[in-house]
Design a protein around this ligand. Structure first.
Ligand code: ASP
Length: 310
């Protein structure tokens, strides 16, 4: 049996020890643990990597602690526009949605795009029409409301600037969620979901729903889910770059992921991190910020739930 493993993230940024109350820290760790266990248990029972990443991301979307699904940030119009994508490393099947509103679990819709259409990426009205056709419930805005996110938005609403998720200062903290997994059969998958950036302009799309930038999976190399300053992660084609270093240069997962996060994306001005697995079940979770909400578990005995740089 192949070593199976899962790694998840809940965003990266200026996460310095002591900044959060112990209660809040415990709540974040608990939420990460629940999402991780949901994915791991599924893998342990012989489930697929694709199902594992979807269930883990759904759990993270359902908690208001993270900037995805419930708890998504506010746009300049005071609305929520969410993005998500998912990819299967075995078939290279991929699905993505962008600029959607009212959908409780954007990751499920991204998977439906992958499995129920001939397309990879649906955005805006078209994505919403597709969701309605499939019978998705459209939640009202009250479901997504979070007081903390609202205050964040009020703080910068009239400034003409935008800001990455619950920042202490501009560009300092991101709360996108993501998961990667390797199943007992050696298949890998990746999923990412986000509310984007506070006060973002209507129509702004980040890296999270873009296959190759925020999400990528290929059994030959790796599965990757990113979080960080989306514009830079798009320019760096970050998730695919990790895969390319492995495929073209024969690098290990660890070396490729580190090179991309700690050198290449940093050199172009991007901050953030990623979680990645390969088809042997190896895990990498590099970040170039002070911290990243992250957790991983593998059948080889690895187990981590962490926030800060240790
Ligand atoms: N990458 C996301 C975006 O730019 C933000 C994040 O990671 O929190 O939309």
């Amino acid at each position: 049996m192949n070593t199976f493993s899962i790694a998840i993230h809940g965003g990266a940024g200026t996460l310095v020890k002591g900044m959060m109350t112990p209660d809040k820290e415990a709540a974040y760790k608990r939420a990460l643990q629940i999402a991780l266990d949901a994915g791991y248990d599924l893998l342990q029972g012989g489930g697929t990597a694709l199902d594992a990443v979807e269930i883990a991301v759904k759990h993270l979307e359902d908690t208001p602690l993270f900037n995805a699904g419930k708890g998504s940030v506010f746009t300049a119009e005071g609305t929520h526009e969410m993005d998500a994508s998912i990819m299967d490393g075995k078939t290279l099947g991929a699905g993505a949605v962008s600029l959607i509103t009212g959908i409780k679990n954007p990751i499920a819709l991204a998977r439906d795009v992958m499995e129920q259409t001939e397309h990879v990426f649906l955005a805006g009205d078209g994505a919403m029409q597709f969701a309605e056709q499939l019978g998705y419930t459209i939640e009202d805005t009250a479901y997504f409301y979070d007081e903390f996110r609202y205050q964040q938005w009020l703080d910068i609403k009239d400034s003409g600037t935008f800001q990455l998720d619950h920042s202490v200062k501009k560009d300092s903290k991101f709360g996108t969620v993501g998961a990667v997994a390797c199943d007992q059969f050696g298949t890998i998958a990746a999923a990412t979901s986000t509310g984007g950036m506070t006060n973002k302009k209507f129509g702004r799309v980040g890296d999270s729903p873009m296959i190759g930038a925020g999400t990528y999976a290929n059994n030959k190399t790796c599965a990757v889910s990113c979080t960080g300053s989306g514009e830079f992660f798009i320019r760096g084609v970050v998730a695919y770059d990790v895969s390319c270093l492995m495929e073209y240069k024969g690098w290990s997962l660890e070396d490729a992921a580190n090179e991309v996060i700690n050198k290449r994306v940093l050199n172009i001005g991007g901050d953030g991190g990623l979680v990645a697995v390969d088809s042997k079940g190896n895990i990498a979770m590099p970040f170039n910020t002070e911290g990243m909400y992250r957790a991983c578990k593998s059948s080889a005995g690895l187990k981590t739930v962490a926030i800060y740089r240790d």
